[in-house]
Design a protein. Structure first.
Length: 309
């Protein structure tokens, strides 16, 4: 089954039905959606109030999301730099993320740890905490002139606990083509994050391919409420041009299907012409192989509400 657009919309009985519907609409809403931006989006985030075991998220584009549970707000991989060859304009300005408690960056590539966003946000708020791979802390801190103490360095199995926010964040190594483990420290430059807050849990993979041991690590945790995964894939052409790859749609389907989250959310498919993918392939393969798995695909800046079942 699939959730499309606003959450708690009527469920479509099969993924095939919504594939047919969206193809008839030429998938316009998939690419653009009814995008809230600026103050309207900020007001919606501020006003959301969920009970225990409830949460909401908003897609910012690429693999960037804002998550809110109770009064805790976490932004993951916000890419808000308006310049460059991006196809989708950013729904927020970097300073708008001053509402967040934590900003998580999975790795030091510009569409994940966006230096433009970090620099402006750090000036706008002294309270936001930046959570990034330990291997990148020194470089990012020095380049952006953000004090080292504003960062929390992470690697595989590093755990952050914020009891006041009922929040736990755990690092999981990701393989952005390779794991690239630093032999001197044992640290990893590419991470995914498990976020547990207010009785719900998320897994955001960051940029990754499937690798031996990833699923077994993730199966150590209770069933995830939501999994966010890339589907843009990889190829020799991309690799030669410096575009490091990720899971393709089929690999992402299998990772989600094996872990059986309540909701699977594909991303990283719509921002750049030279690094895009067709999310309909993700949906179609999911319907064929794991027909009971719920999936969400929708527009940027759209509120998606979720609760434990």
């Amino acid at each position: 089954m699939i959730l499309h657009g606003m959450a708690f919309v009527k469920y479509i009985s099969t993924i095939k039905q919504i594939i047919d519907i969206m193809r008839k609409e030429k998938v316009k809403s998939l690419r653009r959606g009814r995008m809230k931006t600026g103050k309207a989006l900020l007001d919606e985030i501020r006003e959301y109030k969920g009970g225990y075991g409830e949460c909401a998220f908003w897609w910012l584009g690429q693999l960037g999301y804002i998550l809110k549970a109770n009064n805790t707000i976490v932004a993951i991989d916000p890419y808000l730099n308006p310049q460059g060859s991006r196809l989708i304009p950013p729904p927020l300005a970097p300073e708008d993320l001053a509402i967040a408690d934590y900003v998580l960056g999975t790795h030091n590539h510009g569409d994940h740890i966006d230096h433009y966003t970090y620099s402006l946000l750090a000036k706008a708020s002294e309270d936001v905490k930046f959570v990034i791979p330990e291997l990148s802390v020194e470089a990012v801190s020095q380049k952006l002139n953000i004090p080292r103490e504003r960062f929390i360095g992470m690697t595989e199995r590093t755990i952050i606990t914020d009891n006041k926010k009922d929040l736990t964040i755990t690092g999981i190594a990701s393989a952005h083509e390779f794991l690239d483990r630093d032999e001197a420290t044992g640290y990893y430059p590419y991470l995914g994050y498990i976020v547990e807050v207010n009785g719900v849990s998320f897994y955001h993979s960051g940029d990754t391919c499937r690798y031996d041991g990833l699923e077994s690590k993730l199966k150590e945790y209770d069933r995830f409420n939501i999994m966010f995964v890339p589907i843009n894939g990889r190829s020799g052409k991309k690799y030669r041009s410096g575009t490091i790859g990720n899971m393709n749609f089929a690999e992402a389907v299998d990772l989600c299907g094996m872990l059986n989250p309540i909701l699977a959310v594909p991303g990283h498919y719509e921002m750049f012409d030279n690094n895009s993918a067709d999310p309909m392939e993700f949906i179609d393969f999911m319907e064929a192989k794991y027909p009971l798995q719920q999936v969400w695909i929708g527009g940027h800046g759209v509120k998606v509400e979720h609760k434990n079942i």
